[in-house]
Every structure is written in structure tokens, then in C-alpha cells.
Design a protein around this ligand. Structure first.
Ligand code: PEP
Ligand code: MN
Length: 342
């Protein structure tokens, strides 16, 4: 159930409704919007008695939600969620660039890449310390040592650190060293990990599963929100199809499809979406033109020597060039008042 408050409801009336919901043994999710505040109710086994809440002061209406997802929907929040880490944002008018190597390999490598990422004007540095590799014999990441290097990068460059958690203990560590938790494609339906991320104070970058439908992906986000973490960014990184010319098939239609049902921001990952260096720039431009809130791009100071995903890594020069291009496209879109972004 969704309780929609009147536009002029006071914060006291909102608190009062939330407390009444909690008093009934249910969970209240208070989501303020530009026009009005909505309060999502979860934790019920059966039908909720609307009469218990709809006559409370400040309530405009109680809406029964029959869909499996509630909190990610536009029903609860009409305007896009803006994810904030300090003064860096994802989902605002600013194009978010999240960039770095697939894996942190050494302090020298991380710093060389961070230097270029910082110079490009990006706000987010992304590097893996715990890597979900297909082969158990492939480089698995530096672990906590990698996180310590990332924390040094944050200190030196003021970049926000995005890094992947493979399990719940990984979330504990990222809370110590990082700024944003990445949940990778292979973990998109690791429900205990989703729940743990939902209890974290850090925002979450949720990648689309290897062959996940839109609904499965959004329900994974709903798992996180149901625990009380509303700061989620969706990341389209391609899905498996019969195509042989790319590592994955990037689904740009996911951008308007997400927008039509959800308030969550969405970024495009042209690196894993293609798996090929020469395809990354054009797919990055296409993603921004299609209205993505940002990009996740892998870049390396020596791509040919990268321990992970070397075929898709951009050189630092290629990376800086593509950032210039996508910024120009984004600026153009913003200046076209007839175009609604995404
Ligand atoms: C990654 O971001 O390096 C990664 C492993 O991506 P994905 O989970 O999308 O495969
Ligand atoms: Mn990678």
C-alpha cells in the first residue's frame, strides 16, 4: 500500500502516519517528492486495512499496490532519484562519469589511472578489489589491500570510490574504505547480498544480471529499497544473446523502459556491454544520446597488460577523448528544451 500525503502536509503529520504504520508492525518508507510525500508500506503478509491510515490528518489517499515492486516505481515518486555522495551526484543534470580499471592491480597503476580520471572532470573512480572471475584461476583482485589503495586514491584526488562487493563481508569492508557499493551482474540475484546492501548507509550501483529481464532487475533493486536504502543507480551492461560480435548485447531500450516505470537513475556500461576497445566510444556516445544519467567506463594506463578485461579497456588518451565527446552530446541535449532527457 502507498499512502499519498497532501501537498501541504506538515512534517509532523508525515511522522504521525509513519509511526502509525510502524505501530501496526509494518515498515514505513517515507519518500519525499517535489510535489508531495508518499509513504510506502511493506512488511505485510496479507491485505492492509486502508481505513487505519487514510483518515489520518494530512493524508490525501491510500492506494493499494498490486504489482510485485512498489518502492522503485513512479507511483511512489514521480521525479527521478538523485543519488548523492557528498557534492557528486548521479541522476541530476550533471552527467556522471564513473571510470577506472577493471581491477586495482597496484598502487602505481591505480594512481596513474586516477590521475587521468580526475583530469577528465569525472567524480567517481571505479576499480575492483574483489573480482567475480569466470575462472577460479584468473586474477581475483587484491582484496583488502586493493581497498586500501582505493582509499588512498580518494584521499589524493577527492574522487568517490565505487567498488564491488561479492558477498556480505565485502559490504562491511567497502563501508570502511569506499563510497558506493557495486553489485555485479553475477550477483544481481544474490538476495542476501542485496538485503545487506539495503541496510548500508552507502549508495548502490546495481548492474543488470547476465540475462536478466527488466522486471528481475528492478525487483533486485526493490530488495535493496525494501531494507531502507533508497540510493540506487541501475547499470545496463548488456545481456547475453546469440550475437557473436560483442561480449554482450547492450540494451539501450532499457533507458526509456526504466524511465517509464521507475524513478531510479540509470547508467550505461559500454565496456562490459561490448567487451571490445574499438566499440566503447560509439556505444558511450549512444548511451548519453539515449538519455543515460552517466557512464561506467574501464580504462587502464597499459591496457595490453591489464590483469582483467584487457580487450575492452580504453587507453587513458582514448578515455579522455570519449569523455569530451559525451560531455558535448550531453550539453547539446540539455540545450534542446524540446528533448526530455531519458
Ligand atoms: C566489472 O564491472 O568489472 C564486472 C565484472 O562487470 P559485470 O558484473 O557487469 O560483468
Ligand atoms: Mn571489468
Amino acid at each position: 500500500m502507498l499512502i499519498v500525503m497532501k501537498a501541504d502536509a506538515t512534517s509532523r503529520e508525515i511522522d504521525n502516519v509513519a509511526n502509525a504504520i510502524r505501530g501496526s508492525g509494518l515498515r514505513a518508507h517515507v519518500l519525499p517528492g517535489a510535489q508531495r510525500t508518499a509513504i510506502g508500506i511493506t512488511g505485510n503478509d496479507g491485505v492492509i486495512n486502508a481505513a487505519a491510515f487514510e483518515n489520518l490528518p494530512g493524508v490525501a489517499e491510500a492506494i493499494r499496490v498490486t504489482k510485485p515492486d512498489k518502492l522503485i516505481t513512479l507511483d511512489i515518486r514521480q521525479e527521478k532519484t538523485v543519488v548523492r555522495i557528498g557534492d557528486a551526484t548521479i541522476g541530476s543534470d550533471e552527467l556522471a562519469i564513473i571510470a577506472g580499471p577493471c581491477a586495482v592491480e597496484s598502487r602505481a597503476q591505480a594512481f596513474a589511472v586516477a590521475e587521468a580520471v580526475k583530469r577528465s572532470g569525472a567524480r567517481f573512480f571505479r576499480g575492483g578489489a574483489f573480482k567475480p572471475r569466470t575462472s577460479p584461476y584468473a586474477f581475483q583482485g587484491l582484496g583488502e589491500e586493493g581497498l586500501r589503495i582505493l582509499a588512498e586514491v580518494r584521499e589524493a584526488y577527492g574522487l568517490k570510490i565505487v567498488t564491488e562487493a561479492l558477498d556480505e563481508s565485502g559490504v562491511d569492508l567497502i563501508e570502511r574504505y569506499g563510497d558506493m557499493i557495486q553489485i555485479g551482474a553475477r550477483s544481481m540475484q544474490n538476495f542476501s547480498l542485496l538485503r545487506r546492501a539495503g541496510r548500508s548507509p552507502l549508495p548502490v550501483l546495481l548492474k543488470r544480471g547476465l540475462a536478466a529481464t527488466l522486471e528481475e532487475w528492478l525487483l533486485a533493486a526493490e530488495y535493496i529499497m525494501a531494507e531502507g536504502n533508497y540510493q540506487i543507480v541501475l547499470c545496463e551492461r548488456g545481456v547475453r544473446t546469440f550475437a557473436q560480435h560483442t561480449r554482450n548485447t547492450l540494451d539501450f531500450a532499457a533507458i526509456p523502459a526504466v524511465r517509464s516505470v521507475s524513478h531510479l537513475p540509470i547508467v550505461i556500461d559500454p565496456s562490459h556491454g561490448t567487451g571490445k576497445n574499438y566499440m566503447v566510444a560509439s556505444m558511450a556516445r549512444a548511451g548519453v544520446a539515449a538519455g543515460a544519467d552517466g557512464l561506467l567506463i574501464e580504462t587502464h594506463d597499459q591496457p595490453e597488460r591489464a590483469l582483467c578485461d584487457s580487450t575492452q579497456a580504453l587507453t587513458l588518451g582514448q578515455y579522455e577523448q570519449v569523455v569530451r565527446e559525451v560531455r558535448a552530446i550531453h550539453e547539446t541535449l540539455l540545450s534542446l528544451t524540446t528533448v526530455t532527457l531519458g
